[in-house]
Design a protein around this ligand. Structure first.
Ligand SMILES: CC(C)(COP(=O)(O)OP(=O)(O)OC[C@H]1O[C@@H](n2cnc3c(N)ncnc32)[C@H](O)[C@@H]1OP(=O)(O)O)[C@@H](O)C(=O)NCCC(=O)NCCS
Length: 171
């Protein structure tokens, strides 16, 4: 699997040793409020998931691929190209609190979109965004994603069906 080096960050495959720092970063109410990522997400289950996605990254056709965002050697978040289905896929991402609001994800989305379109030859990228997630919507808009409409009852979260905004970019 590839590594992508940029001035501000590196995108690299997950390693088993990322489990603890991933566990620390992802178990945050800030992330739970804007996603359907479970909280708490246990360390054992995270270790299993890292094994699962590492294996998935070797399969053909590729079902999903996830990158660690690393800044100066430190774990800063992750981004996944998931649900790859023929020419289309979904993207999902999060950044560790101390790196939020610094323009990191805007640039990461740019790099990963470029990789998905040019290297994986995908045609359509899609991100379902909760309506109150202004930061995610803005990072997508800055990368040329367009809001195509409302996905009714797209998520089931905290015992309720909730809508998502459909952001997509076609290459
Ligand atoms: C969404 C998330 C990944 C954004 O990452 P980030 O690195 O902080 O984003 P960036 O700094 O690149 O840019 C975000 C943009 O949103 C803007 N923004 C941030 N909070 C905002 C708010 N409450 N209202 C409006 N705009 C907001 C920023 O100002 C910036 O736009 P600008 O450059 O025009 O000023 C991060 O907030 C996060 O991890 N959230 C929790 C998980 C999540 O929501 N994942 C995505 C699910 S769809």
């Amino acid at each position: 699997m590839v590594e992508i080096n940029k001035e501000k960050f590196k995108l690299r495959p997950f390693r088993k040793s990322d489990a603890e720092v991933f566990h620390l970063g992802i178990n945050s109410q800030r992330i739970a409020d804007y996603t359907t990522i479970p909280i708490p997400w246990g360390l054992e289950n995270i270790s299993w998931w890292i094994g699962f996605i590492t294996d998935a990254a070797t399969q053909t056709p590729l079902p999903e691929i996830h990158f660690v965002i690393e800044i100066e050697g430190r774990f800063a978040g992750s981004i996944g190209i998931i649900n790859i289905d023929g020419h289309k896929c979904e993207i999902g991402y999060w950044v560790v609190e101390e790196y939020a609001g610094k323009g990191i994800m805007t640039e990461v989305i740019e790099v990963v979109s470029d990789y998905a379109f040019k290297k994986l030859k995908l045609k359509r990228l899609f991100a379902p965004v909760l309506p109150h997630n202004k930061a995610s919507a803005r990072a997508l808009e800055k990368n040329g994603f367009q809001m195509e409409g409302v996905l009714k009852s797209f998520y089931f979260k905290d015992g309720e069906y909730i809508d998502a905004l459909c952001y997509a970019k076609v290459w």
